[in-house]
Design a protein around this ligand. Structure first.
Ligand code: ADP
Length: 403
C-alpha cells in the first residue's frame, strides 16, 4: 500500500524538526530514509506511526487519511508494524506468544493465528524456536522475532528505525540480505531509517536523503551515488572529493563546461540551475581517479590529468587510500591505489571525467544529463589545458492491554 506525505511539518516547541516535507513511498517498495543524527528521521516515522501529531500537512496510506489538520487516526488503528533497534520484545512472552499477540488483538481465529505464527517463524528462519523466551535467544534471533512480530498481522506498512544498530557488523550484513528477502516475500511497503550509508545502499529500492528536516533527494541508490543533487547528498552517500569550479558554458544537451581555479577546463555531466549558474562543485569519487605513477599499468593518455602531491597513504585492506593535494596544494583529492606512496612525492593523477559529476549552485536544479557517458578526453576539448592540468515502543501493543 502506498504512503503519501504532503507538506509535513513538525515543531518541538521552537525547534522545527520537519519543514514541509513531501514523500511518496510506493506500494511494496523498501525506502531507506538516510540522514545524519538530528535530521528528522525519527520524527518522520513517529508522525507516520501516529505517536506524534503533525504541526501541518497530510499523511495518507492507500486511500485512507492517517492524519491531516484537526484529524489523527489512533496509532493502533493504522495497521502499521514497527521494528526498533532494541527489539522491544516482552521478556515474559515466548516467541510464539509474542507473534500471536498482535493477531489476538485483531481477533484472528485461533487456527489461523497458529498457522500464521508457523508461517512467519519459517519466514524468519526460526522454526522450532516458538517456546523460547527472549533471554534464550541471540541478538540476531531477537531481531528476527521483532521483524516477525511486525509482519505477523499482515501489516500494510512496516517502519524499521535503525533496526540493525545493536547487531555486530557481520550479523548486520547477513541480516540485511535476509531482511530484504523477507520484505520482498511479504510484499510489504517499508521505510527503513538509518544513518549507515552502506546499509541504505545495500537494502533500498530507493533512498530518501534527509537533512535539517528537508528531503534533499529521493532516488534509487545508484542514482544518488552517481548523480547527486547536492554536495551534501554527494558526500553523505559515499566518499567524494569536491572541487570548486566556475561554470563556463552549458554546452547544450549533455555536458557542462567547467573551469578550475588554475584555468584547467573540462566538460562534465552534471546538474545546473535553471537559468544558469556561475559556480559549481565538481564531485569526484575515489574510483574516478587513477594515480599514474611509473608502475601504473593503466596509463591513459586520454584521461584528464593533474599534477598532485601525496599527503598520506592509509591502508584500507583491499587498497591504500591516497590523500593528494592539487592546485598549489589548495584542494584535496582522495583516491585508491594498490600500494602506499611516499609522502611529498609528486604524481600525476588521471580523472575519468565522464563518470564524475558537476553540481551547479544550489536551488532550482534541473537534470541536465544522465551519467551514461563514455569517459571524456579533456585534451580533446577545445580550449582545455589538459596536462596542466516507535514508537516509542510501537503502537503500544502492550500485553497489559489485552484485557
Ligand atoms: P534523527 O532521528 O534524524 O536523529 P530526530 O527526528 O530525532 O532526528 O530530531 C530532529 C530534530 O528535532 C533535532 O533537531 C532534535 O534535536 C529535535 N528533537 C527531537 N526530539 C525532540 C524533543 N523531544 N524535544 C525537542 N527537540 C527534539
Amino acid at each position: 500500500m502506498s504512503l503519501v506525505i504532503r507538506d509535513l511539518t513538525y515543531h518541538y516547541g521552537n525547534t522545527v524538526a520537519l519543514r514541509g516535507l513531501n514523500l511518496e513511498v510506493r506500494e511494496g517498495e523498501l525506502l531507506a530514509l538516510l540522514g545524519p543524527s538530528g535530521s528528522g528521521k525519527t520524527t518522520l516515522v513517529s508522525l507516520v506511526a501516529g505517536i506524534l501529531a503533525p504541526s501541518g500537512g497530510e499523511i495518507r496510506l492507500g486511500d485512507e487519511v492517517l492524519s491531516r489538520p484537526g484529524y489523527a487516526r489512533a496509532p493502533e488503528d493504522r495497521h502499521i508494524g514497527f521494528v526498533f533497534q532494541d527489539f522491544a520484545l516482552w521478556p515474559h512472552m515466548t516467541v510464539a506468544e509474542t507473534l500471536e499477540f498482535p493477531l489476538r488483538m485483531k481477533r484472528v481465529p485461533r487456527e489461523q493465528r497458529r498457522a500464521r505464527v508457523d508461517e512467519v517463524l519459517r519466514l524468519v528462519h526460526l522454526e522450532g524456536y516458538g517456546a523460547r523466551y527472549p533471554h534464550e535467544l541471540s541478538g540476531g534471533q531477537r531481531q528476527r522475532v521483532a521483524i516477525a512480530r511486525a509482519l505477523a498481522p499482515r501489516t500494510r506498512l512496516i517502519l524499521l528505525d535503525e533496526p540493525m544498530s545493536n547487531l555486530d557488523a557481520k550479523l548486520r550484513e547477513q541480516m540485511r540480505i535476509e531482511l530484504k528477502e523477507i520484505l520482498r516475500h511479504e510484499r510489504v511497503t517499508a521505510i527503513y531509517v538509518t544513518h549507515d550509508r552502506l546499509e541504505a545502499l545495500a537494502l533500498a529500492d530507493r533512498l530518501a536523503i534527509i537533512n535539517e528536516g528537508r528531503l534533499v533527494q529521493v532516488a534509487p541508490p545508484e542514482a544518488v551515488y552517481r548523480t547527486p543533487h547536492t554536495v551534501f547528498a554527494a558526500q553523505f552517500i559515499g566518499p567524494a572529493s569536491v572541487l570548486p569550479v566556475t561554470i563556463r558554458d552549458e554546452t547544450g544537451g549533455d555536458r557542462i563546461a567547467i573551469e578550475l581555479p588554475d584555468g584547467t577546463r573540462a566538460t562534465v555531466p552534471g546538474l545546473i540551475r535553471a537559468g544558469g549558474s556561475a559556480s559549481g562543485a565538481w564531485v569526484i569519487r575515489p574510483e574516478n581517479l587513477e594515480v599514474l605513477d611509473e608502475e601504473s599499468s593503466g596509463q591513459s593518455e586520454a584521461a584528464c590529468t593533474f599534477p598532485a602531491v601525496v599527503r598520506s597513504s592509509t591502508y584500507a585492506g583491499s587498497h591504500w587510500q591516497i590523500d593528494l593535494a592539487i592546485l598549489d596544494e589548495l584542494q584535496s583529492l582522495v583516491c585508491h591505489h594498490n600500494r602506499p606512496l611516499e609522502r611529498g612525492q609528486t604524481v600525476r593523477v588521471a580523472v575519468d571525467v565522464g563518470r564524475t559529476w558537476v553540481i551547479g549552485d544550489a536551488g532550482g536544479l534541473s537534470p541536465r544529463v544522465r551519467w551514461k557517458f563514455r569517459s571524456l578526453d579533456c585534451q580533446d576539448v577545445p580550449g582545455v589545458r589538459g596536462g596542466s592540468t516507535l514508537p516509542t515502543r510501537a503502537t503500544d501493543m502492550s500485553p497489559k492491554r489485552q484485557g
